[in-house]
Design a protein around this ligand. Structure first.
Ligand code: NAD
Ligand code: TYD
Length: 339
C-alpha cells in the first residue's frame, strides 16, 4: 500500500505520518508538502531515514509536479491534510486559502482521476458547520448539519468539501471526508491557542484572550484524530462524511487558566484583547456515526492530553523556540501589536 500524505510536515499531518509508519511497517508513505511557514522539516527528522518514507517538497497546486509524483509512485490512497489552516491569517489574506484549500484539492483529485486511486480522503473541519449558540448546549454538529461558514478559512474548507462530493457524484471518484473538531498535541504550530499560550506563559509574556474568552471549542488529542482517519480510509464507506470529536467542550479562558496552573504562572498574565472578527461562539461534534459504523472512540482524556502536551513543549523547546524567533516574530507583532 502506497499512501500520499499531503501536508505531512504540519501539525496533524506529521502525527499521521508517525502513526501510519508505526502501525503499518509494510506501507510506503510519501509526504507531499511545500513547507509553508507552517511546515517544518525538522518535525519529520525521526522518519527521514525510514526506507518506507519519502519526502517530496512540492505545492499541491502545481499540477505538473503532482501528476509526475503520481506517475512515479502510483499511490493507492491520498490523504489530504495540506491547507492554510489559521482563521486569523485567513481574515488578513483570504486569497491563498482559496488557492491551496480549494484549487489544490481539485489538482489532487484530478490526478486521482487520471491515474486511478482506491481512496481520496479529504481532511476537513467542523468549522464548515459554522457555530452553535452558547445557550443551547443540547445542539451538536451532525453530518446532516447544513454548511454555514463564518471565516474565509472555513469557507475555503467547505468549498473543497463540496468539490470532493461533486467528484464522487460526477466522476465516481472513491472519496471520503472527515470533519474534526479542534486538535491539540505535539508539533502544534505556536500561532494556535494552546501552543501560543504555553509559549507565551513560559516567556512570562501576556496571554492574549480574544473577547471575553467565553468561546467554546471541542478539543481532541491529535493521536485520536489520526486513529479516526486511519479507520475511515480503511473501513469507512465511499462518498461519506464522518464527524470526529470527543465531547470535550471547553471555554478558551478555562484552558488558558489551566495552562497557567500547570506551568505555575500567575493568571495576571491573561490579557483580554480585541475579539476576532466574525468569531464563532461554540463548536461541538456529535461523533455517533463514526462510533456506530467504525467503532471509534477517543482514548485520551483532556486532563491527561493537556499534561502530555505541556510536557512535550517543555521537552522540545528548541522546536518551537526556532519557530517563534524567525519570521513568526513579524506575524506576532502585526496581529497582536496594537490589539
Ligand atoms: P498546519 O497549518 O499545521 O499544516 C499544514 C501543512 O500543509 C504544512 O506542513 C504546510 O507546509 C502544508 N501546506 C500548506 N499549503 C500547501 C500547499 N499548497 N502544498 C503543499 N503543502 C502545503 O495544519 P494542521 O493544523 O495540521 O491541519 C491539517 C489539516 O487538518 C488541514 O486541512 C486543516 O484544515 C484540518 N483540520 C485541522 C484542525 C486543527 O485543529 N488543527 C482541526 C480539524 C481539521
Ligand atoms: P485557534 O487555535 O486559532 O483555533 P480555531 O479558531 O480554529 O478554533 O483558536 C481557538 C480559540 O482560541 C478561538 O476561539 C480563538 C481563541 N484565541 C484566543 O483567544 N487568543 C489567541 O491568541 C488565539 C490564537 C486564539
Amino acid at each position: 500500500m502506497t499512501i500520499i500524505v499531503t501536508g505531512g510536515a504540519g501539525f496533524i499531518g506529521s502525527n499521521f505520518v508517525f502513526h501510519m509508519l508505526g502501525k503499518y511497517p509494510d506501507y510506503r508513505i510519501i509526504c507531499l508538502d511545500c513547507l509553508t511557514y507552517a511546515g517544518n522539516l525538522s518535525t519529520l527528522k525521526s522518519v527521514m531515514d525510514n526506507p518506507n518514507f519519502r519526502f517530496v517538497k512540492e505545492d499541491i497546486t502545481n499540477r505538473e509536479a503532482v501528476y509526475k509524483l503520481f506517475e512515479e509512485e502510483k499511490p493507492d490512497m491520498v490523504v489530504n491534510f495540506a491547507a492554510e489552516s489559521h482563521v486569523d491569517r485567513s481574515i488578513e489574506n483570504p486569497e491563498i486559502f482559496l488557492n491551496t484549500n480549494i484549487l489544490g484539492t481539485a489538482v489532487l483529485m484530478d490526478a486521482c482521476r487520471k491515474y486511478g486511486i482506491k481512496r481520496y480522503h479529504q481532511v476537513s473541519t467542523d468549522e464548515v458547520y459554522g457555530d452553535l449558540p452558547l445557550d443551547r448546549p443540547d445542539l451538536f454538529f451532525t453530518e446532516e448539519t447544513p454548511i454555514h461558514t463564518s471565516s474565509p478559512y472555513s469557507s475555503s474548507k467547505a468549498g473543497a468539501d463540496l468539490l470532493v462530493l461533486a467528484y464522487h457524484r460526477t466522476y465516481g471518484l472513491p472519496v471520503s471526508i472527515s470533519r474534526c473538531s479542534n486538535n491539540y498535541g505535539p508539533y502544534h504550530f505556536p500561532e494556535k491557542l494552546i501552543p501560543l499560550m504555553i509559549a507565551n506563559a513560559l516567556h512570562d509574556k501576556p496571554l492574549p484572550v480574544y473577547g471575553k474568552g467565553e468561546n467554546v471549542r471541542d478539543w481532541l488529542y491529535v493521536e485520536d484524530h489520526c486513529r479516526a482517519i486511519d479507520l475511515v480510509i480503511h473501513k469507512g464507506r465511499e462518498g461519506e462524511v464522518y464527524n470526529i470529536g470527543g465531547h470535550n467542550e471547553m471555554r478558551n479562558i478555562d484552558i488558558v487558566k489551566m495552562i497557567c496552573k500547570e506551568l505555575g504562572k500567575p493568571e495576571s498574565l491573561i490579557t483580554y484583547v480585541t475579539d476576532r472578527k466574525g468569531h464563532d461562539m461554540r463548536y461541538a461534534i456529535d461523533p455517533t456515526k463514526i462510533h456506530n459504523e467504525l467503532g471509534w472512540l477517543p482514548e485520551t482524556k483532556f486532563a491527561d492530553g493537556i499534561k502530555k502536551t505541556i510536557k512535550w513543549y517543555l521537552e522540545n523547546q528548541e522546536w518551537w523556540e526556532t519557530i517563534i524567533s524567525g519570521e513568526y516574530r513579524n506575524y506576532y507583532e502585526k496581529m497582536y501589536g496594537n490589539r
